[in-house]
Design a protein around this ligand. Structure first.
Ligand SMILES: NC(=O)c1ccc[n+]([C@@H]2O[C@H](COP(=O)([O-])OP(=O)(O)OC[C@H]3O[C@@H](n4cnc5c(N)ncnc54)[C@H](O)[C@@H]3O)[C@@H](O)[C@H]2O)c1
Length: 344
């Protein structure tokens, strides 16, 4: 069993692992870790939000396929012979206020999740990771949020369509595992952060979005909502370790949180980013914009119990500083992007 420091049990050595979405933010961290643990990794990515650049550190050790994971003809060529599928392909919600995003994200994520699950069953891959989300939890869930029953509740209202799709995918995966078709691990990541989360503009996550405003020529930094909403962030390398360990030791079709219990207020996050970027600007809180859940943090007791005392290992300040240093606008004006967080 892997230990809290990410010890290697040898499970992954020589395993053929397919990672749809492996050129994405979290997927690329998963690929790094699988390669380090000796797996033979194939990445299947349509590059809709992914980039081979993220795999620069291990590209020679990985087979890459540019294609759509929902394409059954491609699946017939790629899935057979795999030992494990770790599905990191998805359409993340990010910060956009448009109303039709709920329907769009519901349809796209459901189609993608079901297609990969169908393909792994059809092509007899024995084990899979399904990546769900903390957005499955209702707005009034206790915080830090445990893996509570969801019956009779609605998913987080700010990400309704996305959360609903993730719930449906979990249900389908659990049904497949109960039929005995496959062994399935199910993870519910909370907010994941890191320098590789480089999506800009509409759809960007909260940290890159705030940083973009801080580094822009605007005279003030506008924060959506009251600024007192909290989030608890886990670094991509830690999230990847949680996902890989769960797939190894808990493929029991039981959803498990992967995240951090440590909450930070958005106003404090904005101040931290300004300090690290060496920028001083007034903050303005725009209460006309949605702020999402008032508080979000993960109860990770279950993951701790499963994965040898799992705990996030990347120091918050170090992880945040790396994001600032790697931002192209900061790099353009200051030093280069020195990697401060170890790749694994
Ligand atoms: N980032 C977070 O904080 C977070 C939190 C909870 C859950 N998740 C989930 O984790 C997964 C990965 O998220 P991420 O933040 O790395 O997003 P991402 O957008 O960086 O990565 C998704 C990857 O999937 C690829 N992809 C999308 N559709 C595809 C298709 N049809 N075929 C092949 N590849 C396809 C994209 O090109 C991209 O490389 C998603 O399922 C997301 O819902 C993310």
């Amino acid at each position: 069993m892997p230990d809290a420091a990410g010890g290697d049990s040898g499970f992954w050595r020589g395993k053929k692992v397919l990672v749809p979405g492996g050129a994405g933010f979290i997927g690329s961290h998963v690929v790094d870790l699988l390669v380090a643990r000796g797996a033979e990794v194939t990445v299947l990515d349509d590059l809709s939000s992914g980039s081979w650049q993220r795999l620069a550190g291990c590209v020679d050790a990985v087979r890459t396929i540019h294609g759509d994971a929902t394409d059954p003809d491609l699946a017939a060529k790629v899935f057979p012979g795999m030992d494990v599928v770790m599905n990191l392909a998805g359409r993340a919600p990010g910060l956009t206020p448009d109303e039709d995003r709920h329907d769009r994200l519901y349809q796209e994520n459901l189609r993608l999740g079901n297609a990969v699950l169908d393909a792994m069953i059809r092509h007899r891959v024995p084990r899979m990771l399904v990546v769900s989300s903390s957005c499955v939890y209702p707005d009034d869930a206790p915080v830090p949020t445990p893996e509570m029953p969801l019956d009779g509740t609605e998913p987080e209202s700010a990400n309704r369509g996305y959360g609903l799709a993730k719930r449906r995918i979990e249900e389908t995966a659990i049904a497949a595992a109960r039929r005995g078709d496959v062994e399935i691990a199910i993870a519910r990541p909370f907010n994941v952060y890191g320098a590789r989360d480089d999506r800009r503009g509409p759809g960007a996550h909260v940290i890159p979005s705030l940083l973009e405003k801080i580094l822009s020529k605007d005279e003030e930094v506008v924060v959506w909502g009251s600024g007192s909403q909290t989030r608890a962030f886990i670094h991509g390398t830690d999230a990847a370790r949680g996902l890989v360990d769960l797939t190894e030791i808990h493929a029991l079709a039981e959803p498990v949180n992967v995240g951090s219990p440590r909450e930070i207020r958005l106003r404090d996050l904005a101040m931290d980013l300004m300090r690290l970027a060496g920028v001083e600007k007034p903050l303005r809180f725009d209460r006309s914009k949605p702020e999402g859940a008032t508080r979000k943090a993960a109860d990770i007791s279950l993951l701790r119990g499963i994965a040898g005392g799992f705990a996030p290992s990347v120091d918050w300040e170090v992880g945040l500083e790396e994001i600032v240093r790697c931002h192209p606008d900061y790099r353009a004006s200051k030093r280069g992007c020195n990697q401060t967080v170890p790749r694994l």
